[in-house]
Design a protein around this ligand. Structure first.
Ligand code: SF4
Length: 466
């Protein structure tokens, strides 16, 4: 991963209150509402989440067995499997496949793991043209931008932004009408699908028993990318495996509802091997790249359950921090609560020490996470490690010491609480809109409720006389 220019706090301060961050907040709220409606309409959701958790944890506990079974199944189907220890090995293998196939034009379907290994940069450095086919990723690529959400990469863009981009880059008349914008991208991409020599996809889930790869999209681009070109390369983190095709079914039940409020993502592609004799379509070659890149280390970590993540994005959508700062503030490809856990343990804490603090510990992410990953607990665990290394915010230690000093001395504590009540009285229970000193950063983007005019202790004494 390339070095990042600043800290989370600096990037967050630059993003918060911006049009980009507001677009992310609005989009995230909208997705949260859609999820909530889908959950209400599906009484089995809770049971399915429990089942999804069981499947994911069972698979992680037996990952070596299932990865080996999956690799055997793929090879029996005539596909090729490559185990990549890190990003460099994965990229080298894929560039070799592209060279052998003489692939000048490569089409891709949205994949977080290929973003993680920065595959496009490597293939483009070899002189190959790589075109993203997911509408959001297509926009990101055209604008030389970065995704800000794991499901909706351009959540930070408005349709007016997209209209201007298409007019500038594709030479089409300006429009901000979503259907027209879709049609422009579709027309542009159609030729790419037909002419591409190689298609690259990620893998949402992989069934070990049958060697089946599930790739889900809402635009049909996954189907075209994995069937039209003569070579298909599927890149997956080693944790994408589940034991059987039935288990894939359980995952799909919770994925669509959690991600976008859909009972099922529009296009579900189940790919079982390359084209066979008599098949009307499909690639001649199928290569599956299984990436470790730190995952086997995470498997032995206290926060190993984070590998159960199915990349639905629901935890991002409900997170008050993500909604305020957007995805770019996190600095890595995985933003939001899951990114705040995953990025430090996968890529290292260096430069990511502040990520575990990008959380109010409100617990909203745990409430919506399909496999019920306890992200708040993990974030506290990571904070302990950062603090033990002396890498926490410099003001945090003295602040906690001052709190401890006051809170363990009843006279001082009563004085502090009475002082806060005085501030509440002065404000008549209203809101602070402009605070001085360190409070300035808070009220720059939101108001702060004034403390109660009467402390709980005084209220109790008055009403209960003790
Ligand atoms: S941690 Fe849970 S809610 Fe967040 S993306 Fe992963 S599966 Fe979805």
């Amino acid at each position: 991963m390339s070095a990042r220019p600043s800290t989370f706090a600096e990037r967050g301060a630059a993003e918060v209150g911006s049009d980009k961050a507001k677009a992310v907040g609005d989009g995230a709220r909208h997705l949260t509402e859609k999820r909530a409606a889908a959950v209400v309409a599906y009484p089995a959701m809770d049971a399915m989440r429990d089942r999804a958790r069981e499947i994911r944890l069972h698979t992680l506990a037996n990952l070596d067995t299932y990865v080996a079974r999956f690799a055997d199944a793929i090879e029996a189907l005539g596909g090729h499997v490559f185990f990549a220890a890190d990003a460099a090995e994965a990229n080298d293998y894929i560039r070799g496949v592209a060279e052998t196939a003489d692939a000048e034009l490569i089409v891709k379907v949205k994949s977080m793991v290929t973003e993680e290994i920065e595959l496009n940069t490597v293939l483009e450095a070899d002189g190959r043209t790589v075109v993203e086919s997911d509408l959001g990723e297509f926009i990101v690529q055209l604008a030389d931008d970065r995704p800000s959400h794991i499901v909706a990469p351009v959540l930070h863009w408005t349709r007016q932004d997209v209209g201007r981009l298409f007019a500038d880059e594709l030479g089409v008349p300006y429009t901000e009408e979503p259907t027209a914008l879709n049609q422009i991208a579709r027309t542009h991409l159609r030729r790419i699908f037909l002419e591409a020599d190689m298609g690259i996809s990620g893998v949402n889930f992989a069934a070990a028993s049958t060697g089946t790869i599930a790739v889900v999209t809402n635009e049909g681009n996954g189907r075209l990318t994995t069937t039209a070109p003569r070579v298909h390369v599927a890149v997956m983190g080693m944790e994408r495996i589940v034991p059987t095709l039935e288990d894939v079914g359980v995952m799909l039940e919770v994925l669509g509802r959690s991600a976008t409020g859909q009972s099922l993502t529009t296009y579900t592609n189940l790919i079982t091997g390359p084209r066979k004799q008599g098949d009307p379509d499909g690639p001649d070659e199928l290569h599956v790249v299984i990436l470790d890149s730190g995952r086997s280390t995470v498997l032995n970590d206290d926060v190993s359950e984070v590998l159960a993540c199915i990349r639905c994005g629901a935890c991002l959508n409900v997170c008050p921090v993500y909604r305020s700062v957007g995805g770019h503030a996190y600095g890595d490809i995985y933003p939001g609560p899951v990114g705040a856990v995953l990025s430090p343990v996968l890529f290292g804490f260096d430069g990511r020490e502040q990520l575990p603090y990008a959380c109010t510990l409100c617990g909203a992410c745990l409430e919506v996470c399909p496999p019920r990953i306890d992200l708040p607990r993990m974030l506290v665990n990571l904070r302990e490690r950062v603090a033990a290394e002396g890498d926490a915010f410099s003001w945090l230690g003295p602040a906690m010491k001052a709190y401890e000093f006051t809170a363990t001395r009843p006279v001082m504590w009563r004085g502090a609480v009475d002082g806060a009540s005085l501030a509440g009285k002065a404000k008549r229970g209203g809101w602070f809109t402009r605070l001085p000193g360190p409070g300035k950063a808070w009220t720059a983007v939101r108001d702060l409720p004034a403390p109660s005019r009467q402390s709980f202790r005084r209220w109790w004494k008055k009403n209960h006389g003790a």
